[in-house]
Ligand binder design. Structure first.
Ligand code: ATP
Ligand SMILES: Cc1cn([C@H]2C[C@H](O)[C@@H](COP(=O)(O)O)O2)c(=O)[nH]c1=O
Length: 227
């Protein structure tokens, strides 16, 4: 009997530490016999990665940005996420729709009702056996919560900033609040981590979430590249 797929997303402002932990968690699931698909948004397919480059680098208005992000998401869902879940994979995705509400909604001030309409269009009609009104949403969202000032220090000089990373700290304060708003509406779907802790303690927080859920059977030692 194959196990049902698990759709897990990582969220948080730029520099919160998501990318530092996603492969370690994938290894922990694989060590327990699960097949894992790791992906990211915007991106995850050849088409979505092309759209990612436009979103991250080309000037555009918030509606254009939102439409491209949801177009990328639809392609990613149809060609990567849904097939992986149907196989019973654990899907670990670095960002998903919560980022859209946080960045385009809270950060840019774009209309949340329009984002909800786009969310229904992009994520509807995909869940096997469920009606068109059922949206594909994560089973769990791990929110790496970090003060924007700390994130900015971590990213200072790290790389040439893209359109989002170049935003002022005040933008990321709005984005962080956007995540908090999403978590407040769906507390059962969110697991908040204190991302200001050192890497080892963030890893312990992360794995304990999955052990408490019974999705990982044991606490997992800190990966060597994190220690
Ligand atoms: N707990 C931590 N303490 C201190 N520095 C950290 C911690 N976690 C990650 N970092 C460092 O912060 C920077 C950003 O980390 P990472 O790329 O994992 O963040 P991210 O959330 O994926 O960012 P982005 O969304 O911009 O890709 C990296 O230089 C990383 O080494
Ligand atoms: C999914 C999604 C992402 N973004 C922004 C957030 C980040 O600044 C970039 C992605 O870069 P990362 O280094 O891979 O985190 O895109 C967004 O504004 N809206 C979204 O829906």
């Amino acid at each position: 009997m194959s196990r049902p797929g698990l759709f897990i997303t990582f969220e948080g402002i730029d520099g919160a530490g998501k990318s530092s932990h996603i492969e370690g968690l994938a290894a922990a699931f694989r060590a327990q016999g699960r097949t894992v698909t790791v992906s990211r948004e915007p991106g995850g397919t050849p088409l979505a990665e092309k759209l990612r480059q436009m979103v991250l680098n080309d000037a555009m208005d918030p509606l254009t940005e939102s439409l491209l992000i949801f177009a990328a998401r639809r392609d990613h869902l149809c060609n990567v996420i849904e097939p992986a879940l149907a196989r019973g994979d654990v899907v670990l995705c670095d960002r998903f729709t919560d980022a859209t509400f946080a960045y385009q909604g809270a950060g840019r001030g774009f209309d949340l009702m329009t984002l909800s309409t786009l969310e229904r269009m992009a994520q509807g009609g995909l869940v096997p056996g469920a009606g068109a009104g059922t949206l594909r949403n994560p089973d769990l969202t791990v929110w790496f919560d970090l003060e924007p000032e700390v994130a900015a220090e971590r990213l200072a000089g790290a790389r040439v900033p893209d359109r989002f990373e170049a935003q002022p700290v005040e933008f990321f304060r709005r984005v962080a609040q956007g995540y908090a708003d999403r978590a407040a509406v769906e507390p059962a779907r969110f697991a908040r981590l204190d991302a200001a802790q050192d890497r080892h303690r963030v890893w312990q927080q992360l794995t304990s979430v999955f052990v408490r859920k019974g999705w990982l059977s044991i606490m997992v030692p800190t990966p060597k590249d994190l220690a």
